[in-house]
Design a protein around this ligand. Structure first.
Ligand SMILES: C[S@@+](CC[C@H](N)C(=O)[O-])C[C@H]1O[C@@H](n2cnc3c(N)ncnc32)[C@H](O)[C@@H]1O
Length: 430
C-alpha cells in the first residue's frame, strides 16, 4: 500500500541505516564508494555483492527519492518535470553531435575547442552542456572548460549505451508523446500497426516490419536490445538459476522464439544433460548458426540445433520436456498470446512436459519500491506504445492461460532475486 504520509524524519533515518550498510560493505570489501568522479566504478554495488547489500542500495535510492518528492511538494512538481524533458533534449543533442566522444577521457577541453571540433555554435553548446551537468553528465573543472564525470565517460566509452541513449531521446520520446493521438484514432485496438509508434513514425507497418525497412534504426534497435539485455534485471543468469533444471535429468528444451540462442547457450553451459532446439524466423536462424559456430565450443554446439519455425504454426516437436517462451508473450495481445500457447498445449505430454514462460509479472501498485516499480511500468508503457500489448499482472497471465486452454495450470511462479522477470511453470491438468 502506498504510504501517503511518510514521516520525513523516519525516511531520513531509514536512509541513513541503509547508507551505513553500504558503507560497511565498501570498507570491508575495499570497494570504492560511489562517486561522480570519472574513473569510479559504473556499478554502485558489484554484481557479486550479497543480497542484503543490494536491498540496501535499492532502499537507499527509494528513500532519497521519497525525501526529494516530499520536499519538492506539489508546488515544484511541474518545474521539476520541465527538467526531465530538457534533460532528454540535451542528451539527444550531445549524442547527435558526438560531444560525449569529443570530450577527452582524461583532462579537459575548452568550450571553444570543443565547439570547433563538433562544428556547433559555442553558446548553444555551453547552454546544453551546463544543463547536462546538472544531471552529472560532464562538469566544469575551471571556468569555460569541460571534462567527463563517471556517467558521461561511461556513455562515451560504451557504444550500445550511447545508441540506447540516442534511441530513447530520439525515437522513444516521440512515440510516447503520441499516446493521445493513438487512443483517439484507434481506441481499444490490439492491432500491432495501430499504435503511438505508427503515428510518430508515420507508417502502417508493425514495429519489427518497419525496422527492416530502415537499416540505421535496425542497428540502433539491435544495440539497444544488447544494452538492455546486459542490465541487471534481465540477466540470463536469472533463467539459469531461476528453475530446477538439474531435476529434469536428460531433457530436451525447445527454445521457442529463442533469437540467436543466447538463453540456450547459457543453459547448455550450466547443464550438460540438456539439449536444445532454437526455433526462430529464417533470418534469425541464419544469424544463430553463425553465432554458435563462432563460439567454437563443440560441447555446447553439439547440444544446440536451430530450426525455422513460426510460432503461430503447428509445433513440430512433440512431447519435449520444456517449451521455453522467454520475452515472447509480452509483445503479443491476449488473443495472439493464447494462439501461441495453444500450439504448445497440443504437443505437451501430460506428466512430463511443461511450458516455461519467462516474462514480467507486474506487482500490485505500491507493493515494491517506487524505484523498481517505475522501471517495470516504463516497460509496460513501451509495450503499449509500440506493440499494443503490455506487461501483465498474475491475474492477467492466468486469464491468458485459461483463454489458451482451461486445462493449463500455473504450477509455480518464481521471481529470481534481482530479476525483472518471473519464471512461470505451466503444466497440463489431465
Ligand atoms: C525479444 S526476442 C526474445 C528472444 C529470446 N527468447 C530471449 O529471451 O532473448 C523475441 C523473438 O521472437 C522472434 N519472433 C517474432 N515473431 C516470431 C514468430 N512468428 N515465430 C518465431 N519467432 C518469432 C523474434 O525474431 C525475436 O528473436
Amino acid at each position: 500500500m502506498t504510504d501517503l504520509k511518510p514521516s520525513p524524519e523516519e525516511v531520513a533515518q531509514t536512509l541513513m541505516q541503509d547508507v551505513q550498510i553500504l558503507m560497511n560493505y565498501y570498507r570491508t570489501n575495499e570497494y570504492p564508494p560511489p562517486s561522480f568522479e570519472n574513473g569510479s566504478p559504473a556499478h554502485a554495488v558489484p554484481e557479486n555483492a550479497p543480497r542484503h547489500v543490494k536491498i540496501a542500495r535499492d532502499a537507499a535510492m527509494n528513500s532519497a527519492l521519497k525525501i526529494f518528492d516530499l520536499f519538492a511538494g506539489p508546488s515544484q512538481f511541474l518545474s521539476n518535470l520541465t527538467v526531465s524533458y530538457q534533460s532528454l533534449a540535451c542528451l539527444r543533442w550531445l549524442c547527435h553531435f558526438n560531444i560525449l566522444k569529443l570530450v577527452p577521457l582524461q583532462g579537459d577541453i575548452t568550450f571553444d575547442a570543443l565547439a570547433a571540433a563538433a562544428n556547433v555554435p559555442k553558446n548553444t553548446l555551453k547552454s546544453i552542456a551546463r544543463m547536462a551537468m546538472t544531471a552529472r553528465l560532464f562538469y566544469e573543472p575551471t571556468p569555460d572548460r569541460i571534462a567527463h564525470t563517471a556517467t558521461s565517460a561511461w556513455l562515451a566509452t560504451n557504444q550500445p549505451l550511447h545508441d540506447w541513449a540516442l534511441y530513447i531521446c530520439k525515437e522513444a520520446v516521440a512515440v510516447a508523446l503520441n499516446m493521445v493521438e493513438a487512443t483517439e484514432k484507434w481506441p481499444s485496438s490490439t492491432e500491432t500497426n495501430q499504435t503511438a509508434f505508427n503515428i510518430a513514425l508515420q507508417t502502417d507497418l508493425p514495429f519489427f516490419a518497419h525496422l527492416k525497412t530502415r537499416p540505421e534504426h535496425l542497428r540502433l534497435y539491435s544495440e539497444y536490445q544488447k544494452a538492455v539485455a546486459s542490465t541487471e534485471g534481465l540477466d540470463l543468469q536469472h533463467l539459469v538459476h531461476g528453475y530446477d533444471w538439474q531435476a529434469l535429468g536428460k531433457a530436451q528444451i525447445v527454445d521457442v522464439g529463442g533469437s540467436i540462442g543466447l538463453a540456450s547457450v547459457a543453459l547448455a553451459t550450466a547443464y550438460p544433460d540438456l539439449s536444445f532446439v532454437v526455433q526462430e524466423l529464417p533470418d534469425v536462424v541464419k544469424q544463430g548458426k553463425e553465432y554458435i559456430s563462432n563460439l567454437k565450443d563443440e560441447s555446447i554446439a553439439s547440444r544446440i540445433t536451430y530450426a525455422t519455425h513460426n510460432f503461430f504454426d503447428d509445433q513440430p516437436i512433440i512431447g519435449a520436456e520444456v517449451y521455453l517462451l522467454r520475452m515472447i508473450l509480452h509483445y503479443w495481445s491476449i488473443e495472439e498470446s493464447a494462439k501461441i500457447l495453444r500450439k504448445l498445449v497440443s504437443v505437451l505430454k501430460p506428466n512430463s512436459s511443461r511450458i516455461l514462460v519467462m516474462d514480467t509479472v507486474l506487482p500490485s501498485p505500491g507493493s515494491v519500491t517506487t524505484v523498481t516499480e517505475r522501471q517495470l511500468r516504463t516497460r509496460d508503457l513501451a509495450m503499449l506504445q509500440i506493440h499494443n500489448s503490455g506487461e501483465r499482472n498474475i491475474e492477467d497471465w492466468e486469464a491468458i492461460y485459461k483463454e489458451a486452454d482451461p486445462r493449463l495450470r500455473v504450477k509455480r511462479v518464481h521471481l529470481p532475486f534481482g530479476s525483472q522477470m518471473s519464471v512461470m511453470e505451466l503444466v497440463l491438468d489431465v
